[in-house]
Write a protein that binds this ligand. Sequence first.
Ligand SMILES: [Zn+2]
Length: 238
Amino acid sequence: MLLNSPLLARVRGRTERTHRVVTGDTLDAIGRRYGVTVNALRVRNHLPDTVIRVGQTLIIPTTSVHSTAKADSVSTLLAPAIAATRRLSIQSRRWKFIVAHHSGIEDGNARTYDREHRRRGYENGLAYHFVIGNGRDSGEGEIEIGPRWTRQIQGGHVRSEEYNEHGIGICLVGNFEKRSVSAKQMASFTALVDWLRTDARLGLTPSFTVHRWVDRNHTVCPGKHFPYSALKERYALA
Ligand SMILES: [Zn+2]
């Protein structure tokens, strides 16, 4: 993150930075310049997609430990996923499962995990379809949409071929062997799962599971503090 210059530290908390779009700017480049995610820019500026216009003024959201994103409601956090999905042709018969993961570390976001997964040899990069931030390298409860979702291709998040082929992988940033899931992260997660399971336009009826139930005896993911029984009840598992 690129947030520690004295000037920014001084203004942060009182006023948000802005950026006036010039020719050649893309959301991606602006995000990299200010150390924020494309998703965070879209949520903060209520952009339905990644289109920006020259002359437009964008608010640069504050991120990291100094987050002032409290005002973001869950529906605002879910909006980019819904907007991005509306443009896709969803293979409704394909997605039979939703598989929950934790990242096992507190650092990182969709971009850094994508880099790591490519380094490990995954040619399609980020192995999950969605990543939910913890407020460190992306917003707390921010839902990042992975390219495997926008491309509607298989995940690489479990050993089981069946579950990679037919499972929507959702990763919560954090290590839930060591701490509980924050209320905000959980609210985003359940909103995302609820939407995937019930939106009639998607036409999906995936069952809910977690990594360690799929790859038994191979992983503790998503960690002992993940609220299994509450989710079992919510999604009526056997
Ligand atoms: Zn996992």
